[in-house]
Design a protein around this ligand. Structure first.
Ligand SMILES: N[C@@H](CCC[C@H](N)C(=O)O)C(=O)O
Length: 280
């Protein structure tokens, strides 16, 4: 079977985007893993699948698959690429779109300067909402990782995040601790592990070891979760510039139940077709 796809990225967090409205294709976990494979397939951190929806007042549904084939709830950089994709493919002319994801509705808006602003919804903190095995919803919680105890803040942006503060992101042991935190038994659905360096009250540097994808050049929901955690810890004030290895995002949050607003770029690389191997 031949499928048409578009390669996109948000600050180097890269995607294979599939139009499942005009072609009848939603990948199985095996197909998603093959498409995401950088050696044998196309290569990406996540696959994004754009579908129709019957929900009143909602324009599209979009589904997110990690490179490991698992379907997940949310993707911030993906939300920005999604809105550019539906415009460029002529699927809508609306600049402000309401889109259904596995964890609810988000509202990305394509700005005149090409940047995308996304209402990512309100963060959640209760252990059951992450999910995280803990008797308390304290803002800072100890987590035993190997022989060490680290202090994390847990945040759900629809998907789960564990954020820690580090002195220097470049020296942070992301490759060593990331996989241990991701698969920690206290996170029954695994977790995205964020490493945040505070630069000043309006700026951080961030690396994220993503669930199901490993360290990426940027993580949009990770940026939202880190800023929310930093504000709740009294270290940051909104808005906050988030410097990732792939570039910069702006994140604003008014506290409590207000939505997190994310602004950043979305880039199309190319559109092409690929033949799926018959054994998949
Ligand atoms: N890269 C994304 C997050 C993608 C999903 C994540 N790996 C998860 O499993 O929750 C972003 O930009 O938010």
């Amino acid at each position: 079977m031949k499928i048409r796809f578009t390669k996109m990225h948000g600050l180097g967090n890269d995607f294979v985007v599939l139009d499942a409205i005009n072609q009848n294709f939603v990948p199985t976990p095996e197909q998603a893993r093959w498409l995401a494979d950088r050696h044998f397939g196309i290569g990406c951190d996540q696959l994004l699948v754009v579908e129709k929806t019957d929900t009143p007042g909602v324009d599209f549904r979009y589904r997110i698959f990690n490179a490991d084939g698992g379907e997940v709830e949310q993707c911030g950089n993906g939300a920005r690429c999604f809105v550019r994709f539906v415009h460029e493919q002529g699927l809508t002319q609306k600049r402000e779109i309401r889109v259904e994801t596995k964890c609810g509705i988000i509202a990305p808006r394509l700005e005149a300067d090409g940047q995308v602003n996304v209402d990512m919804g309100a963060p959640r903190f209760l252990p059951a909402e992450i999910p995280f095995d803990s008797a308390t919803d304290a803002v800072v919680q100890p987590l035993m990782v190997g022989d060490a105890t680290i202090d994390i803040s847990v945040v759900s942006m629809g998907n789960p995040h564990a954020v820690q503060v580090v002195a220097d992101v470049d020296a942070a042991p992301v490759a060593q601790l990331g996989p241990l935190i991701e698969a920690h038994p206290r996170f029954p659905r695994r977790v995205n592990a964020g490493f945040m360096q505070i630069v000043d009250r309006h700026a951080i540097r961030l690396r994220v070891y993503e669930r199901g994808a490993g360290e990426t050049l940027a993580c949009g929901t990770g940026a939202c979760a880190a800023v929310v955690a930093g504000i709740r810890r009294g270290l940051l004030d909104s808005p906050v510039r988030v410097a990732t290895r792939g570039g910069e995002l702006s994140i604003a949050w008014g506290g409590a139940n207000s939505p997190v607003m994310m602004t950043g770029p979305a880039t199309t690389v190319f559109t092409a077709e690929i033949e799926l191997p018959n054994n998949l």
